[in-house]
Design a protein around this ligand. Structure first.
Ligand code: TRP
Length: 334
């Protein structure tokens, strides 16, 4: 039996190059090796978007299409919608007895997110809801409801996996050996920098290239990308290592072109405008197959719905089996 892997994404916006290189490409590889459950975490997205249900609803479809267009195969991956699996909510309630509030407040991921919220909204933390503070508990339920053994995530999520493992151990020690402790599976791919040179590409940072960007948007964004600030004239030699245009050439252009670009740039044989235009072409070539698949699914919404329905059905079966074991262990199997 192949191992079960489970991961989740919050449907709060379209995927960008950071998601693709940081996670998506890894998923495409993993789908051939594992029994893969991919959760569209709408309930988790609502923990900090509860006042914006339209946004979450719209992005459930958008993110599913993004994932399909990068090459995830619905025959290999069970796409499912979190809110359609009430067992997750049920498990969350039971797990909440096994976690202290102090432990949640100390969770580094939660702490960082609270700090970010304070920076954004300038409040003193009074607005932190019970649901938000408890989302690591709900995420532990996401994973264990499907007996997830491996969880492909980015580094920022490691404290959540650790929290899940603690809950599992506590559960097993009280109710008997029932649940598996999951392991994080870090992808070997890297973080992608933003158009502005920021270490991280992010939707809220306004520096992202989205997989769904059209040609005109790509043109505009790349023309504004940061280059070596010391290069004033077209034929000044420059340092490609501090240029975002070269940085993206390295992501999407051929190795041969990358070498030429690097050498010409260093020698002063290459103007930034020409270099940006070449990047626009390379980026569009890179995005074309993704765009084509996106277009197909946009024109066939019934197929997207079917993929989610079928994946959710399979996920529901698995969660029901797991829930039976949990209820039995907890002596609430009336
Ligand atoms: N918290 C994850 C994120 O923000 C999304 C997520 C929800 C998840 N449920 C999950 C990740 C279960 C791994 C396993 O990216």
């Amino acid at each position: 039996m192949p191992k079960t892997i489970l991961t989740g994404l919050r449907p709060t916006g379209n995927l960008h190059l950071g998601h693709l290189f940081g996670a998506g490409k890894n998923y495409v590889k993993l789908q051939d090796e594992y029994d893969f459950y991919l959760e569209i975490a709408d309930v988790q997205a609502l923990t900090d978007n509860f006042n914006n249900p339209e946004k979450v609803r719209k992005n459930v479809t958008e993110i599913t299409i993004d994932l399909l267009s990068i090459g995830l195969d619905p025959k290999k991956v069970n796409f499912f919608i979190q809110s359609k699996i009430p067992e997750i909510a049920e498990l969350t309630v039971f797990y909440s007895n096994l976690v202290t509030v102090a432990r949640l407040e100390r969770n580094p991921t939660v702490k960082t997110e609270i700090a970010q919220k304070k920076e954004l909204f300038g409040n003193d933390g009074e607005s932190i809801t019970y649901g938000f503070l408890g989302y690591p508990v709900s995420q532990a339920a996401d994973i264990t409801a499907f007996d997830g053994e491996l969880v492909p995530v980015g580094e920022d999520q490691l404290p959540l996996i650790e929290q899940c493992r603690e809950i599992v151990r506590k559960f097993n020690s009280i109710y008997g050996e029932t649940l598996k402790e999951p392991n994080a599976k870090l992808s070997e791919t890297k973080r992608v920098k933003g158009l502005d040179g920021n270490e991280k590409m992010g939707k809220s940072l306004g520096n992202a290239i989205f997989l769904s960007d059209d040609e005109e948007t790509i043109h505009k964004k790349i023309m504004q990308a940061i280059t070596d600030p010391n290069k004033i004239k077209k034929d000044d030699p420059a340092n490609p290592d501090i240029c975002m245009v070269y940085y993206y050439h390295k992501l999407v252009n051929t190795e041969e072109n990358q070498n030429t670009i690097c050498q010409e740039c260093k020698k002063g044989n290459r103007g930034c405008v020409q270099c940006k235009k070449e990047l626009i072409t390379a980026m569009n070539n890179f995005l074309t197959p993704i765009r084509e698949k996106r277009k197909y699914y946009e024109e066939h919404p019934e197929e997207v719905k079917k993929i989610l329905d079928e994946g959710t059905k399979k996920a529901k079966q698995k969660a029901e089996e797991q829930m039976n074991k949990v209820r039995k262990a907890m002596q609430i199997d009336y």
